[in-house]
Structure formats: C-alpha cells, structure tokens
Design a protein around this ligand. Structure first.
Ligand SMILES: C[S@@+](CC[C@H](N)C(=O)[O-])C[C@H]1O[C@@H](n2cnc3c(N)ncnc32)[C@H](O)[C@@H]1O
Length: 223
C-alpha cells in the first residue's frame, strides 16, 4: 500500500493511504490517540501479572512501541502478537518520529520493532516479546490458538474503508480467543460495532475519546 508521511496536531507522525483516503492514526495527534485508547483504556486496565496481547494492524509500530515502554513502567512481561497484511517498509519506519515525543534514547528500540524477524518470537527488551505475523486477519482467525489473549487492540482501518474488517464472525472469534476478564479496545465507537461486540458476548463500555473523537469502546470478557 502506498503511504505518505504526515504530521499530526501533537507533532507526531502518521501515514496517509491515498488509495483509501485514510490515515493510520487521528490527525489530532497520533501518539495522544494511541496512548488514550490502547495504553490508558486497554493495557492499564489489565490486571494480569504477565500479559498476552494481540494487535490487529501493526502498521507504524506505534502501539507496539508505546506498549514496550509501558511494560517497563508496569514491570510486567508482555508477549505481543501483531498482525499486518501490508507491512510498512523499514525505510519508511525510519522516518517516523515517535521516539522524539516519548523517549529519544529509545530510537534504536523503535527501529528494532521494525527490523525484528517476522513469524517468530523475538525478545526486544527484558519485558517485551514481539511476534509479527504478516498475514490477513481472516487467515489468523482460522488458526486455533493455544495461548489465549488478555488484551486485544482492535486497530483496523475504519468500517467505511474496510467493511470486511468489522464483521460479527471476527468479534465472535476474538471473544473465543480471549481469556476470562480480557479487554478489547478500539477507536471505533459506532453503534453497529458496539452491538457486534455485545452479540459476541462482551460487556461494552463507551468511554470518552481523545481529541477529535467523542467516544471509544472498551469491551470486557466477564464470566
Ligand atoms: C489503523 S492502521 C493500524 C495502525 C497501527 N496500529 C499503528 O500503531 O500504526 C490499520 C492497519 O491494519 C492493516 N490491515 C489492513 N487490512 C488488514 C488485514 N486484512 N489483516 C491484517 N492487517 C490489516 C493495515 O495495513 C494497517 O497497518
């Protein structure tokens, strides 16, 4: 997918996809959005001592990078599985300025997320293991998972752009792939998505969104 580097309102970069007329993050602030939805509303609400996390859409690696930094603050070990159908090139990733806005001394750590081998576990830091899978979500969902997930970041492109990524069967499978008390967060608060999550079995909360977004969703597997 052809992408164009852009700067969002908090100064952090994002990528724009002309073919879809879609950004990877909110133009009101990429880092602010990721922190708000995935770290604050998702990761920090998980009480497990060690966390098995699934991300839909590795993209720029921003969510993975923020999670790696947070794992150190929380002193929790995180196994981070992430799916990506259209990987961003290492050279494009090298232009992204996320470490400038978080911890400039970790620029190399961010680079390692992109140079890490695909399809296998790679230990990136003492608290963070990464497995990048270059595959379509639909294919991943066909594979039985031995280890279920505590946290899911559902960060696909918007339903208007990729309707096939927002279907009931997907959320049913993700629910089945989740441990008891698991959390799924997403930026998309549309009623139709909320109802699909509820039909899958989740208890869904609408939470205030980051700048430019009224609400986000947090779904919990309560048993
Ligand atoms: C909103 S962006 C994700 C942003 C990413 N989490 C980040 O931090 O940069 C959506 C991502 O989903 C990926 N994607 C699109 N269709 C997919 C599919 N069928 N399976 C897996 N990933 C897909 C896109 O290539 C893109 O990287």
């Amino acid at each position: 997918m052809k992408t164009i580097l852009q700067t969002t309102e908090d100064g952090s970069h994002t990528l724009y996809v002309p073919e879809l007329d879609e950004h990877y993050h909110s133009t009101h602030g990429a880092i602010g959005e990721s922190m708000h939805i995935y770290i604050d509303a998702g990761l920090r609400h998980c009480l497990s001592a060690e966390i098995n996390l699934l991300e839909i859409g590795f993209g720029t690696g921003l969510n993975a990078f923020l999670t790696l930094l947070e794992a150190e603050k929380l002193q929790k070990k995180i196994h981070y599985t992430t799916l990506e159908r259209y990987p961003v090139s290492v050279s494009t990733a090298a232009e992204l300025n996320f470490s400038d806005f978080t911890d400039p001394s970790r620029k190399e750590t961010f680079r390692m997320l992109h140079t890490a081998a695909w399809e296998e576990w790679v230990q990136v830091t003492p608290f963070f293991w990464l497995k990048k899978l270059s595959m379509d979500l639909h294919d991943f969902l066909m594979i039985p998972q031995d280890e279920k997930f505590d946290v899911i970041y559902y960060d696909a492109f918007a339903p208007e752009k990729q309707p096939e990524m927002w279907r009931q069967e997907i959320f049913d499978k993700l629910y089945a792939f989740s441990r008891d008390n698991a959390i799924l967060t997403t930026y998309c608060a549309k009623g139709v998505v909320r109802r699909m999550l509820q039909s899958a079995g989740y208890i869904v909360e609408r939470l205030p969104g980051p700048p430019g977004k009224r609400e986000i969703l947090r779904a919990g597997k309560k048993v």
